[in-house]
Design a protein around this ligand. Structure first.
Ligand SMILES: *Cc1c(COP(=O)(O)O)cnc(C)c1O
Length: 449
C-alpha cells in the first residue's frame, strides 16, 4: 500500500491534480446542494470495502456525487455564517502541505515550516501592535484558539493569586458561542456584561460587573473585535484600561473581524487592541486561507508555554532544547503545518494585496448597506462596523425568511440564511469574499421585493 510500485502515483497524481486544477479554475464555482444520507447511499453505495474500490473510482465518486453535495463556501453569493474564500495560491499550497509529511509541532522536526509560519504570525502581530517577543501558533479554529488563550490566562492568574483560585470570565452576551464552550470545557463561569446602545462592550459596564462580583475571582476578560452576528467591535481601549487597572488578562477574539486590522479605512476602530494579552484571528474567515486555520498570539508567550507544554519522558528531548515548539502554545500536541497555505499566499502576493482585498470587501459591504437603505421594503438593523450587514424585510414572518432562503439555495443561486437579533428573525450578509460583487448584492436584494 505504501510502496511506490503499489500505487500508480503518476496516474492518480495526475487525476488528483487535474481535479484540483479544474476546481480552482471554475468561474463561477457551483453553489451545490446538500443531499440526504439515503440519497447519497443510493448514488455512491458502500465505498469502504475489504478489497478497496481503487483510486479512479473513489475520485470519480467524489467528483460526481460527493463534492456536488457540499456547498462551495467560496461561492460569491455564499453570504451566510462566515464564508471562506481561499486564494487559489493558498488552496494549491494546501496540496503541498499534505504531500510533504511535515510535523509542525516542534522546531526539531519542522523548523522550516515553523519559521515560515512565524513570519506570517509576525505580520499579524504587527497589525495588532504586539511587541517583538509576541508569538503563538496556528490552531484549527477560533474555538481552540479561544480555549487555549483562556487556559493560559487562567494558569497565569492562578500562579499569581495567593489563596484565590480565579474561576470566572467576563464577556458580553454578543461574544461568540465558543467562549461559553471554552468555559464549559474549563468548568469556568462566564459572567455576561451588558452592552451599550451600540451593542459594544465598554470599560464602564465591564468595571461595574467586575466590581459587583469581586474582580479577584476573574481570570480573563474577552472582548470581541467583530462579533459574528453583527460585526461589532467592542470599545477595546476602555476595556483594556479596566483590565490593566484590575490586573486581569485581556483576550481579544478577532476570529472573524481581526482581518479588518489590515484595512486602513477601519483600523482606527480597533484602538486599544495593542494592549491585549492574547489575540486570535481566523485566516480561514477573512484572510483568504483554506480551512482550518486560526492564528493565536500571546503578548508574553512564556505564560502560554507554562500552561500548555506537555511533559513526558519521550518529550524531554524537545522540551529541553529551548527551541520554539509551536505545540507549547495551545491545546493539542500533533500539529499540521496549517499556517503554510496562508503563508505561501501572503508571501506570493504581498501584504498590500491583502490590504486591498479586505478593503474591497468593505467597499461591497458599504454598497450593500446603501442599497438596503435605499429600498423601502428593507431596513438596516445597524450600520455595519465591518463586513456584516444585518437587515429586515418589512412584513416578513420567520417562515417567509426561511422559505426565501430555501428557494435561493434550491436554485443554487445564493446561500443566505436567516439569523436572530434581540429575538427577531432577520437576515444577514457576511462579505469576506473579494469576488462578491455589487451585482451579486443587487441580484439577491431584488429577490426580496
Ligand atoms: C467563527 C468565530 C469563532 C470560532 O471560530 P472557529 O474557527 O469556527 O472555531 C470564534 N469567535 C468569533 C468571533 C467567530 O466569528
Amino acid at each position: 500500500m505504501h510502496s511506490k510500485a503499489a500505487v500508480d502515483i503518476e496516474t492518480i497524481g495526475r487525476a488528483v491534480l487535474a481535479y484540483a486544477e479544474g476546481r480552482l479554475k471554475l468561474d463561477p464555482v457551483p453553489l451545490d446542494n446538500p443531499l440526504t444520507p439515503a440519497e447519497l447511499l443510493a448514488r455512491v453505495g458502500q465505498t469502504v470495502t475489504p478489497e478497496g474500490i481503487n483510486g479512479e473510482r473513489a475520485l470519480g465518486l467524489f467528483t460526481d456525487v460527493l463534492a456536488p453535495a457540499c456547498l462551495s463556501v467560496d461561492h460569491p453569493r455564499f453570504l451566510s455564517f462566515i464564508p471562506c474564500a481561499p486564494t487559489p495560491a493558498a488552496a494549491m499550497f494546501d496540496l503541498v502541505v499534505g504531500a510533504s509529511s511535515v510535523y509542525a509541532g516542534s522546531w526539531l522536526e519542522g523548523s522550516g515550516a515553523v519559521f515560515a509560519e512565524n513570519q506570517a504570525l509576525r505580520w499579524i502581530a504587527d497589525l495588532v501592535g504586539l511587541p517583538p517577543e509576541a508569538g503563538g501558533n496556528f490552531v484549527p479554529g477560533g474555538t481552540i484558539g479561544n480555549l487555549s488563550a483562556l487556559v493560559a490566562a487562567r494558569h497565569t492568574a492562578r500562579a499569581r493569586a495567593d489563596g484565590e483560585r480565579p474561576y470566572r470570565v467576563a464577556a458580553t452576551f454578543g461574544a461568540h458561542s465558543s467562549i461559553q464552550s471554552a468555559c464549559d470545557v474549563m468548568d469556568a463561569e462566564l459572567v455576561g456584561v451588558p452592552t451599550d446602545a451600540e451593542s459594544r462592550l465598554t470599560g464602564a459596564a465591564l468595571r461595574a460587573v467586575l466590581e459587583a462580583n469581586d474582580p479577584r475571582t476573574f481570570f480573563a476578560v474577552v472582548a470581541t473585535a467583530g462579533t459574528t452576528n453583527l460585526g461589532v467591535i467592542d470599545d477595546l481601549a476602555s476595556v483594556a484600561e479596566v483590565c490593566r487597572e484590575l490586573g486581569i488578562w485581556f483576550h481579544v477574539d478577532g476570529a472573524y473581524g481581526g482581518a479588518g486590522l489590515a484595512a486602513p479605512s477601519v483600523r482606527p476602530r480597533y484602538a486599544g487592541i495593542e494592549h491585549c494579552d492574547s489575540f486570535i484571528v481566523d485566516p480561514h474567515k477573512w484572510l483568504f486561507a483554506p480551512f482550518d486555520c486560526c492564528a493565536l498570539l500571546y503578548r508574553d508567550p512564556a505564560l502560554a508555554r507554562a500552561a500548555h507544554t506537555q511533559h513526558a519522558s519521550y518529550l524531554d528531548v524537545l522540551n529541553d532544547s529551548g527551541e520554539w515548539n509551536p505545540t507549547d502554545y495551545s491545546v493539542g500536541l500533533t500539529r499540521r503545518a496549517r499556517g503554510l497555505p496562508f503563508w505561501f499566499s501572503l508571501a506570493m502576493h504581498g501584504t498590500d494585496a491583502y490590504r486591498e482585498a479586505v478593503e474591497r470587501t468593505l467597499q461591497v459591504t458599504r454598497f450593500a448597506a446603501q442599497e438596503i437603505r435605499r429600498r423601502p421594503e428593507l431596513e438596516l438593523v445597524r450600520e455595519p462596523d465591518l463586513s456584516v450587514v444585518v437587515f429586515r424585510r418589512h412584513g416578513w414572518s420567520p417562515e417567509d425568511y426561511q422559505q426565501w432562503s430555501d428557494r435561493m439555495l434550491r436554485e443554487e443561486f445564493a446561500f443566505v440564511v436567516p439569523t436572530k437579533h434581540d429575538g427577531e428573525v432577520l437576515t444577514r450578509f457576511a462579505i469576506v469574499n473579494p469576488m462578491t460583487s455589487e451585482d451579486d448584492i443587487t441580484s439577491i436584494l431584488d429577490t426580496m421585493r
